[in-house]
Design a protein around this ligand. Sequence first.
Ligand code: AMP
Length: 290
Amino acid sequence: MTVERLRLAVPNKGRLVEPTLSLLRDAGLQFEDHRRSLLSHCENYPLDILYVRTEDVVEFVRDGVAEMGVTGRNLLVESGTELPVLARLGYGRCRLEAAVPNDSPVRSFDDLSGARLATTHPVTAERFFTEQGVSVDIVPISGAAEVAPRMGLADGIVDLVSTGSTLVMNGLRSVGVLLASEAILVGAVRDGLDAGSDGTRLADVVTMVRSVVEGRRRKYLMMNAPAACLERIEAILPGLESPSIIPLAHQGMVAVHAVVGADDVWQVLPRLRGAGASGILVIPVEKLLA
Ligand code: AMP
């Protein structure tokens, strides 16, 4: 019996390509990068990777051409399609923000009432301002929104921002955030996908991808300490569960192993040392299934 292969649509160019391929590799999938053709076959799993435009990923999944896809949350929202988000991937983070020229009197969303706003995200912007009860005039454009106010095309913009340097370089100031975005894994809801081998394999891919994302958020710490310091050390470690305590050959000494948030490491390490720990090792977590 031949096993039907799952299809995963991923971006074929742009900023989401490299982090997406490395996530899939870290999840354990083996494949060659064929982004210039259309398709990569995974060698060790019945899954094919389809390379499509980032903007088209949602459509591929919605139409059932692929069972899953990786794209930006902003693009899912803008498409107006209700697809389940199977995992948040932790990269491609950005915000959809409203911005106006530095010399504009506008300070809040309410102040934008009656304004013309140029945006690459007309659906999201329209819906947001309608929900806010603020009437704005949306001018859809396909790119380079940041130059629209200078060209006299609009009073302000609604555009994606990550560092904010594009706004600064164009003499613009943020008024507020409409949507926070990051790369996501979306899935199709089709009959038969919730059960049977297709559904099981889809769930397996989701589990593997999530375990990598979860692992990247954590570090594994190993350290030695006098048993007398344990209480103070445990109070510093807000791990997944209680730490593992292993007696050492030297009388009164223990090894402590614990998982901590990757972002917490730099404030936790000096405190652990201050509490009596020594020989502290920080080790990456490849995958984590809680
Ligand atoms: P690209 O194909 O390179 O244009 O990437 C587009 C997607 O990357 C966007 O739809 C967002 O989901 C994501 N992204 C992350 N940061 C930014 C940013 N500063 N500007 C535009 N897109 C971003």
